[in-house]
Structures are given as structure tokens and as C-alpha cells.
Design a protein around this ligand. Sequence first.
Ligand SMILES: [Ca+2]
Ligand SMILES: [Ca+2]
Length: 452
Amino acid sequence: MSKYSGLPHAVVALWLVVSMPVVASDGTTKRYIVHFADPAFATTATATTAAVRTPSQRGLPAWHLRRVAAGGELVELSSAEAEVMAASQGVLAVEEDRMIDLAGIGIVDPLWRRQWYMHDAKVGIEAPVAWRDTRGEGSVVAVLDTGVTPHPEFDGQLLPGFDFIADAHAARDGDGRDADPTDEGDWKDPGDCGAKQFSPSSWHGTHVTGIVVARAGNTPGIVGVAPLAKVVPVRVMGRCGGRLSDLADAIVWASGGEVAGVPGRAPVDVINLSLRLPGACGMTMERAIAQARSRGTAVVAAAGNDSIKASAVSPANCPGVVSVAALARDGGMASYSNYGDGVTVAAPGGTLWGMGVDDILSSVDAGERGRQRPVFKYYAGTSMAAPQVAGLVALMRSADPLIGVDEITAQLVDNARPLPGPCPKGCGAGLIDAGATVSAVIEDSVLPRPGS
Ligand SMILES: [Ca+2]
Ligand SMILES: [Ca+2]
């Protein structure tokens, strides 16, 4: 009894009562939030349980988990113990720590219903199921793309990025590399890189970034796959596309490697590459990706929109890359998607015809050339499928910060669902399932790992 000396008798009595082994009817414990009449009483009770119980005793009843900021103590009790507790003197309420349904917390973002790729029962990636465990807190995704434009969906969602476009003409910002990853537009006037007619700016990086990390709860708007993760926007694509040398440097930098003349940063959890160049994986790309993976950064790439084998385009065909094919609204392979052995998994990319509602809705700018104002548009492509996988990797790393890059690939593959539609030429392991994957990651996070 020495551990209880100096405490009010009432506290001792109460906690002895609830600590008595009472077998619940179902034999299991649940989480409850206990509200005490006297806050000081609660403080003492907290200190007491924290002092006398260690994590190895977690299976014992009445394990105190933490204080709830709104008031009350979170404890694990059997239902019989909870009843005893509720009837005890000085206890105002014993409330079960119930699972809150997403409909209950309310996704107010009014475009949510148009984001079929997130939640459709047949062809969606089941992001809301994964959100019961994590929304990506603590994870960082680097989006190597055209840069980003200001958008309400990004308020508080971005970390400092970088403009890796070394050529001022391609960059359109009047200089080479600098610390501002803002997208200056990739419109083409007739004559630009062989263009016969005008084509408007894509704001591709802004669209991809929205799919990963658009914030939840603002209006009007969408929700990203990992709305509590952060994105590092990295600009590698400008007028007429991007250079391999800039892309390779950006991969090294985002994964915490050294790039001359650029201040370093910590390795991100995952790099998204919604870009491709035809041919075998060259040594530059292979080395950059191997370096990134050696520092614990996963690399996700679009399989490409050429209707050819994914093994014929890089970086999708580079060793260790998670390569992503695109599914149409019916759950079969999208007509434009690359396919075959080079594909790791598939995600919705949109159908690419009709009114757009069967495509992927995300953030862009309204400007045809330069920036004008933030809006939302439907795009289709493996470029839209890859960031859903990158967002899922952010959720996985949030659920288990120690998960390695090979384990990430294995979990994505093992937990993918059979395709809801046809893909005779090969869509990898199937449709990613965010709910099943995050759940499996959490289950396996307690397993011993080599070297631990
Ligand atoms: Ca620049
Ligand atoms: Ca939003």
C-alpha cells in the first residue's frame, strides 16, 4: 500500500474498486472517458494509475491511457468495471470512447460527393476507412511536378519546397534554381516545342498536390487522401517539360541527399512522380531512386498514359518504384493507361471522356497562361492515380513511422483488391485499398523487425 500513501482515502477506495478483476460478459475491455466531479481528484487519480501501471500491465483492467483535453480521463475498462465506476461517488459520467463515423464528424467539403475515387463502394480506394486510424499526421510527401499555385486547399498543408528548373527560359520565372516552387504555367503558344496551336497551362502539380493533401473541412472544396500530411512542392517541369538532370537532383534532395548549392532537408516519406519518359530506366534515374530508397524514401510513379507496356517507360520501370496504372470509372483499366508486368498496383485515374464527372476532381488554377484564381477541375490519367498511392503511403508511414520501403510495397500489393472491371493486359496486384492496407500496417507494426 506504500504507493498509495499520502493520497485521499476516497481515491484509494475508488481505484481499488475499479481495479478489482471483474470479468466482463464478453471478456474484453473497452475505452471509456471518465469525468470526475473534482478536477483535483482526477489529477491524483491520473498520477496514481500512471505511477502504478506499466505498459506490460496494459492487459489489466482500468489502464489509464491519457487525459482528454476537453476534460475527463481516458481509461480501459471491462463493461462491468465501467458500471461500477459509473455508480461510484465523485464520478459524474462514464462515457464509452466510441468510434466516430465520418458522416458524424461531417465532411463538409461540398465537392466530396464528386470524389468517387475516394469512397465509391466498388471502385474507390476506401480512404475514409483508413482515416479511422490516421489522416497522415506526421508524414511528408514530395510532389515533383510543375510546382504549385496558391489555393485555399493548401492553407497550412505545404512545407518549403524548391524550384529545380535550372534553365530560366523553361522556368518562366526569369532565373534558374531558387527556393520558390510556384508554378509559372506551362502553356504553349504556336511554335513552342513544336506546338501547332495554343494549349493552356495544365497546373498539373496543383492538381496532383490536391489529390494528396487537400485540407479537410473547408468550403468549397475537396479532401486529399492524406489531409493531415504535408507536401513539399518541388518544381521540375516547366515550359516544354522537364530535364532528367533536374528531376534526378530533385529526387536526391527530397530524400535528404546533398545537392550542391541547395540547402538540405530531411528525407520525405514518399516522392510522387506523375511524369514519364520513354525507354529503359537510365543510370541517372536508377541511381537517384536507389539513393532515395536507401534513405527510407518510397518512390511512386505513374505508369504512363501511352497505352503501352509500363516496362517501356521510366521511372515506372526503375527498380524499387511503385508503378501505378489507372482505372476508369467502371473499375476496369482506363483506355489510356500503360499496363503489364511493369505495373505494381492500380488506382482510379478517370475514364477520359464525357462530361468529366467520371474523372478525378482536384485543385487547379483558372489561368490559361499565367495564374488567375484557384478553381477545381476534372483531369484523367495515371498522373491522377499515382498521387492516391503516394497519399496512401503517407497514411501508412503515419500509422507506422518505422515501416521500410520494401514493406510499403509488399503491404500495398498484399492488400490490393481484385479489380472491379477488366484489365486483360495486367494492372498489377489490383486496386489499392487504403482501409485494408493501413489496418494491416498497424497490425504488423508490433512484429519484430530485423535489427530491432
Ligand atoms: Ca527559378
Ligand atoms: Ca478541402
